[in-house]
Design a binder for this molecule. Structure first.
Ligand code: ADP
Ligand code: MG
Length: 283
């Protein structure tokens, strides 16, 4: 019995060593313009500035990358430099306590992405990810090779939609495809640009009910973000809403979402601690 316990303890130790410490979150949507970039930057900033997590923000909205505009970063120092033999570590830029890797804009970027795949781009990234508590990926809208690749390695995918019917239909189509084609189901829903909590919840119910009825899938809601002129204002002024207006309802809801996210991690850690403690006790 003792030797069985010992080998179980060893196996758990090995698993713990192997286990990625980093949690990968992708922020995705069916339709563009629903607020993914704003949400990605806000989540990353809250994780780092409020919860003290080591965060990497990855702008993967290749072709329409705009994280650098909001964060005032050098656009030439981007994923693109990897194609010229630059080391991935040299592509990381630091701002406001966050590490950021930029995608790049321009039509040719879609062609370049093929080269990244052959250069085992995702494998390189995963190695860098190991240095962080969280990686937040600002994904492109819709389903393509790149969004699928990133979502499939993600621990959770935050689906952002607005109450607008087309955004909602496209969000459902994204969830359906990821689930049916890739058996991926770790979604969390954020409804953005809501006139009221009621409108946000009604929108969520439509998405939740379709997913339940047609896919048998549970879609948890994690946040209802209000429409806020301050989001636009901050974008124009290249400021972060959480920094400039920490008490704005948008900022408060972002903090709540992150609290939920971090709380889950704490729960998981406790579970592991409990098993280790149990083994120690039995020994
Ligand atoms: N909650 C919000 N309230 C008001 N405007 C918003 C909100 N979220 C996003 N926006 C605005 O919508 C536009 C698109 O946002 P963005 O984050 O770039 O979307 P995406 O990355 O999905 O294309 C921006 O002009 C942004 O300021
Ligand atoms: Mg964007």
């Amino acid at each position: 019995m003792n030797s069985q316990l010992e080998s179980l303890a060893k196996a758990i130790k090995r698993k713990k060593k192997k286990k990625k410490r980093c949690k990968v979150i992708t922020v995705s949507s069916g339709k563009g313009g629903v607020g993914k970039t704003g949400v990605s930057i806000s989540l990353a900033y809250a994780l780092s500035s409020i919860f003290g997590k080591k965060v990497l923000l990855l702008d993967c909205d290749i072709g329409l990358g705009n994280v650098h505009v909001v964060l005032n970063l050098r656009p030439d120092k981007s994923i693109r430099s990897l194609l010229n033999g630059e080391k991935i570590e040299n592509v990381i830029q630091s701002v406001k306590g966050l590490d950021v890797i930029l995608g790049f804009s321009g039509i040719e970027s879609f062609i370049d992405f093929e080269s990244f795949e052959s250069a085992d781009f995702i494998y390189q990234l995963e190695k860098v990810f190991e240095n962080y508590d969280y990686v937040v990926i600002d994904n492109a809208a819709g389903l393509n090779k790149q969004t699928v690749s990133f979502s499939r390695i993600a621990d959770s995918t935050y689906i952002v939609t607005t109450p607008e019917p087309t955004a909602l239909t496209d969000a459902y189509a994204f969830v359906k495809s990821m689930y049916k084609l890739y058996d991926y189901s770790s979604f969390k829903v954020i409804i953005n640009m809501c006139a009221s909590k009621r409108e946000g919840y009604k929108t969520y119910e439509r998405l939740r009910d379709s997913a339940k009825t047609f896919l048998g899938l549970n879609l948890p809601l994690v946040g209802i973000l209000p429409f806020s002129e301050r989001v636009k204002e901050c974008l124009l002024k290249k400021k972060l809403i959480l920094e400039s207006y920490p008490s704005d309802p948008y900022s408060l809801e972002i903090k709540r979402i992150v609290q939920l996210e971090v709380g889950e991690i704490i729960k998981e850690d406790l579970k592991e601690g409990f098993i280790s403690r149990l083994l120690g006790f039995l020994k």
